[in-house]
Design a protein around this ligand. Structure first.
Ligand SMILES: *[C@@H]1O[C@H](CO)[C@@H](O)[C@H](O)[C@H]1NC(C)=O
Ligand SMILES: *[C@@H]1O[C@H](CO)[C@@H](O)[C@H](O)[C@H]1NC(C)=O
Ligand SMILES: *[C@@H]1O[C@H](CO)[C@@H](O)[C@H](O)[C@H]1NC(C)=O
Ligand SMILES: *[C@@H]1O[C@H](CO)[C@@H](O)[C@H](O)[C@H]1NC(C)=O
Ligand SMILES: *[C@@H]1O[C@H](CO)[C@@H](O)[C@H](O)[C@H]1NC(C)=O
Ligand SMILES: *[C@@H]1O[C@H](CO)[C@@H](O)[C@H](O)[C@H]1NC(C)=O
Ligand SMILES: *[C@@H]1O[C@H](CO)[C@@H](O)[C@H](O)[C@H]1NC(C)=O
Ligand SMILES: *[C@@H]1O[C@H](CO)[C@@H](O)[C@H](O)[C@H]1NC(C)=O
Ligand SMILES: *[C@@H]1O[C@H](CO)[C@@H](O)[C@H](O)[C@H]1NC(C)=O
Length: 894
């Protein structure tokens, strides 16, 4: 039965193969582990010359275009695979990804073939670099047909061959081949071997031997060194004896050359075309049947250094001798018979390699696998997303940031607005060193995987603007509560973000902001970014049928978003915003003290709808504050929008604001010099964090005494950075016509031109500093006018060398003159007219602590004589929020 079936099957196979040439395919697939790519070919085919099936490059590369060599040269007798090619007009680095069956830690022969063939009609062969994985392989510059071949031990499952555009023309490639090698042959333990010549000595020089004679498909070029004599083999050699580790084909070993006689050596000088070290592989096999008991014996030297013991040949037993690495131009090898041997030395075959270095370490394998999976699942096609994600560092994938330890790791990933669809893939959770993950504004669906909480280093997770459903996994909420992670989930209409997640729809939904509980030790965490707001769900996905009922629900909900504290609990905490609880009136509206059920105190800022701030500013402030944490910044604990009500919940600071001390003649005395100096340093440090060290560089824009709050130990904390604008990286100066700030603290270029930058904050800081030292309030922008102008007063005393007289009389006795003088000088440096003259916050922090020298401030060379019409009555230190219509030219033309 079995027999019969197999016969039938065989007959069928035979018939089929005869009919369609499948027989060849079957045979061609008998070279397991080979990868044969005819780059740019339209179809796969069998190269009959070698009986190898060549594939198209589909699946090996994402980029480039198929081309063909010029018709004028296409009929040149070269192998078929050289006639098509793939060229890469776009992108700096284009990579083929080979995934050999045998996996990693195997020696592979990798061969790249190039034939320009004037394919682009420009008659201008390009030059470009070739990389093997993350390391430089060679520079391709030949105009003729040519091959590059290496012996490479792979460190990863994938091997990448990259073409790097060096600005000397469009890179291209004709064919790419990979063959696995057995055992330890051609394995150095370091670097890789780059082939220069591989000769079958004694074979006529117009022929070569390769697959299938050579199971590794090495190409042995015939080389008939005429300086040597031909050696006659005694008998035909069994061509299939491959009993040597290197599997050199019998055909190759069958021919050999020898020196004239036993006393003359075989000597050859080979031209060095590189400064790299050479390694020469000598292949020997005795093919002459010598008189019984006789053997050929010889030694081998490279550059006159004998590196072997005596080599003794036995009949038909192949021997491979690998030279030690030698460097230098014009190297020479010499094979010399020993005195004992009566026979001249022979050589059957020889290979010349140089050693390529592998200095670059690839990105950690786990990260590479994860990112490649992400790339595949989301079909990400970006020019730079080829080859290793991090290495070399100047080819790092767009959107990624890596840390270059050993091995390099991916730590940032920004794929916002990248058209990602489908679920959040699990491989994201495998990027274990990830610190920052931004997937906002895509079309991601499905639930948030809990595994994301397992990313121990993750500090920022932005999933906003997607279509995620379900609820926020407990583990993530916990991370948020533990202050180890910022999560942004806004704009996922179907995501339940309430805590706990309601089981049924409710008439009013609560937006929950989960925030760090105030805990002392957190304060010491440098830059611990730890606030989360879990914006409440509009509905619970999957539990609601999309009927009219829920549409109404959605509409209603749009006006209401709350946090950890419900609106009613805030009403309760503040005794219905009772005037008795009012702490003060800030730029956004009144602030109330609140007491929660558990006795914890909070500060509740109730935005007055008349204050002019819309939803936009409100959210701006939330977004910023929630991302920023520093011991000198007031912590936002939550927020709530309920109808017209917009509410921010802050940590409560028992000593209220700095101005309530500084400008109060009775309380001022509590601020001794040490306290003031500490406050100044604290503000500087908070501002430095905003400007430089926070994720999002922030300009405060409304720094003033009433925005500095004091905790029970009189530590200063900056509040109200909702006015700040986000700016990133190099964009240090933004221009806006919307002036938001307070007269008296506003720098001239900001007040008059609406131009703000870090340096406008520095100006405000300078004013604030001088106020703290003098105990006097600056009330005017102008140098002349009815209001007291602290700055002109300060400049005047300074120019009269009476700087110390600026000190508040309450501190004259307690202050250290040097320290006070340093502060005054820093203050004046900050309020200089020209932004470029003002120091940045880092310099200021260093100057204040005495770690940096102070330049001399330059007093103003002009005065503001023309005030801003209609603004006189606002010069009271109140925040102003207005559209400034004054143009830049007024500032420039002053
Ligand atoms: C190269 O980029 C251009 C412009 O983006 C595009 O039109 C072209 O299709 C790209 N070519 C290849 C081979 O990717
Ligand atoms: C790689 O293979 C070699 C032998 O071929 C072996 O000695 C070595 O331990 C292997 N290395 C790894 C990391 O597996
Ligand atoms: C190689 O050269 C020999 C003579 O040197 C000649 O007889 C033979 O035909 C040539 N073979 C090829 C393939 O050109
Ligand atoms: C090798 O064979 C050729 C002819 O095949 C002959 O002329 C020559 O003398 C032989 N050489 C030796 C060393 O036997
Ligand atoms: C060996 O050959 C060299 C020339 O290559 C010659 O000078 C020398 O005399 C020969 N020696 C003998 C022993 O034949
Ligand atoms: C190498 O050898 C060639 C010819 O023998 C000679 O012209 C050249 O100067 C040598 N180069 C060096 C660096 O020795
Ligand atoms: C071979 O013999 C010569 C002279 O007889 C001697 O100078 C040389 O050192 C010997 N070589 C070896 C390798 O023994
Ligand atoms: C990348 O760095 C390498 C080595 O530092 C340099 O040779 C190459 O020119 C750089 N490439 C680019 C595009 O900057
Ligand atoms: C996303 O897709 C839209 C439309 O399909 C396209 O216009 C846009 O360029 C794509 N954006 C990216 C970053 O691929």
């Amino acid at each position: 039965m079995t027999m019969q079936r197999s016969i039938t099957a065989f007959s069928f196979a035979l018939l089929a193969s005869l009919a369609s040439g499948i027989f060849l395919v079957v045979q061609a697939q008998q070279n397991p582990g080979f990868i044969n790519i005819d780059c740019g070919a339209p179809n796969q085919y069998i190269e009959e010359l070698v009986n190898i099936k060549y594939e198209t490059d589909e699946g090996f590369i994402d980029s480039g275009e198929n081309m063909q060599v010029s018709l004028e040269v296409i009929s040149t007798y070269y192998q078929q695979y050289s006639k098509n090619l793939r060229s890469f007009p776009n992108g700096t680095r284009n990579c083929y990804t080979l995934r050999p069956d045998r996996g990693k830690n195997i020696t592979y022969l990798i061969r790249a073939v190039f034939w320009y063939g004037n394919y682009d009609g420009k008659n201008q062969p390009p030059s470009f670099d070739l990389y093997i994985d993350v390391n430089y392989w060679t520079t391709v510059w030949f105009s003729t047909y040519y091959c590059e071949e290496i012996m490479y031990v792979s460190q990863a499952d994938d091997i990448q061959v990259c073409l790097v555009n060096t600005g000397n023309g469009v890179p291209f490639i004709s064919a790419l081949e990979l063959r696995p090698l057995d055992g330890d042959s051609y394995r150095l333990g370091f670097g890789f071997l780059k082939l220069h010549w591989r000769y079958d000595i004694g074979l006529s020089s117009n022929s070569s031997i390769r697959y299938p004679d050579d199971v590794y498909d090495r190409i042995w070029q015939g080389e008939n060194y005429n300086i040597w004599n031909k050696l006659n083999a005694t008998s035909a050699i069994d061509l299939f004896v491959n009993n040597n580790a290197y599997k050199v084909p019998g055909k190759v070993l069958w021919t050999a050359k020898r020196s004239m006689n036993a006393s003359s050596p075989m000597k050859l000088q080979f031209p060095s075309i590189t400064t790299n070290k050479w390694i020469v592989y000598f292949h020997f096999m005795e093919i002459e049947r010598l008189t019984s008991g006789q053997q050929r014996e010889f030694t081998i030297s490279m550059n006159d250094n004998q590196f072997t013991e005596t080599v003794i040949l036995e009949y038909l037993r192949p021997i491979v001798i690998v030279s030690t690495p030698v460097s230098g131009w014009n190297s020479t090898f010499s094979i010399e018979s020993t005195n004992k041997s009566g026979y001249p030395p022979i050589l059957n075959a020889v290979e010349f390699y140089t050693i390529g270095d592998l200095p670059n370490v690839p990105t950690a394998q786990d990260d590479v696998e994860a990112i490649n999976d992400i790339k595949a699942k989301y079909h990400i096609k970006r020019e730079s997303w080829q080859g290793d994600p991090c290495v070399p560092s100047n080819y790092t994938w767009d959107g990624l940031t890596c840390r270059y330890e050993n091995p390099p790791r991916i730590i940032w990933m920004k794929l916002s607005s990248s058209n990602l669809t489908g679920e959040i893939v699990s491989s994201l959770s495998h990027l274990s060193t990830m610190e920052y993950l931004d997937l906002s504004n895509n079309q991601l669906t499905g639930a948030i995987p809990e595994t994301l909480a397992g990313l121990q280093n993750l500090r920022y997770l932005n999933l906003s603007g997607n279509n995620l459903i379900g609820s926020v996994p407990e583990a993530l909420k916990k991370r948020a509560l533990d202050s180890t992670l910022i999560i942004s989930l806004t704009g996922n209409a179907n995501l339940c973000q309430a805590d706990p997640c309601p089981q049924k729809k409710k008439p009013k939904k609560i937006l929950v902001l989960v925030v760090t509980p105030v805990s002392g030790f957190l304060i010491v965490l440098f830059g611990a970014l730890a606030i989360v707001w879990l914006i409440k769900q509009k509905r619970i996905a999957g539990e609601m049928s999309p009927g009219n009922a829920w549409k109404d629900q959605l509409k209603q909900d749009d006006a209401s978003e709350c946090t950890l504290f419900s609106f009613s609990s805030l009403l309760l905490a503040t005794n219905n915003f009772n005037a008795a609880n009012k702490l003060g009136q800030g730029g956004f509206g009144p602030v109330y003290k609140g007491m929660l059920n558990d006795g914890k105190e909070i500060a509740v800022k109730r935005l007055s709808s008349s204050s002019g701030q819309g939803m936009e500013e409100f959210k701006n402030e939330i977004v910023l504050i929630s991302k920023l944490q520093h011991r000198n910044l007031v912590r936002l604990m939550g927020f709530c929008i309920e109808g017209e009500e917009k509410i921010l919940v802050y940590e409560y600071l028992s000593n209220k604001s700095l101005d309530s001390f500084l400008f109060d003649s009775k309380r001022k005395a509590k601020l001794n010099w040490d306290t003031r100096f500490r406050i100044i340093q604290g503000i500087a440090s908070g501002l430095l964090y905003l400007h430089r060290d926070s994720y999002l560089r922030v300009i405060h824009r409304d720094l003033k005494a009433s925005n500095i709050l004091l905790d029970e130990k009189m530590n200063p904390k900056i509040s109200d950075f909702g006015l700040a604008r986000i700016f990133e990286g190099t964009q240090a100066l933004l221009n806006t016509h919307k002036v938001v700030g307070t007269l008296g603290y506003m720098s001239p270029e900001y007040a008059m031109g609406g131009i703000f930058s870090e340096k406008s904050d520095v100006y405000s800081f300078g004013v604030l500093l001088l106020e703290i030292v003098t105990g006097k309030k600056n009330t005017s922008l102008y140098y002349r006018g009815q209001h007291f102008n602290l700055l002109s007063y300060a400049w005047q005393l300074w120019s009269e060398d009476r700087g110390l007289d600026l000190r508040d009389e309450d501190i004259v006795n307690t202050s250290m003159p040097l320290e006070a003088m340093r502060c005054i000088q820093v203050g004046l440096l900050c309020v200089q007219d020209h932004t470029t003259d003002r120091p940045n916050m880092l310099s200021i922090v260093l100057m204040l602590s005495g770690e940096s020298d102070l330049p001399r401030p330059r007093p103003p060379t002009f005065t503001f004589q023309s005030g801003i019409p209609g603004h006189d009555n606002e010069v009271r230190g109140e925040s102003i929020f207005s559209m400034n219509t004054i143009t830049n030219s007024m500032v420039e033309g002053r």
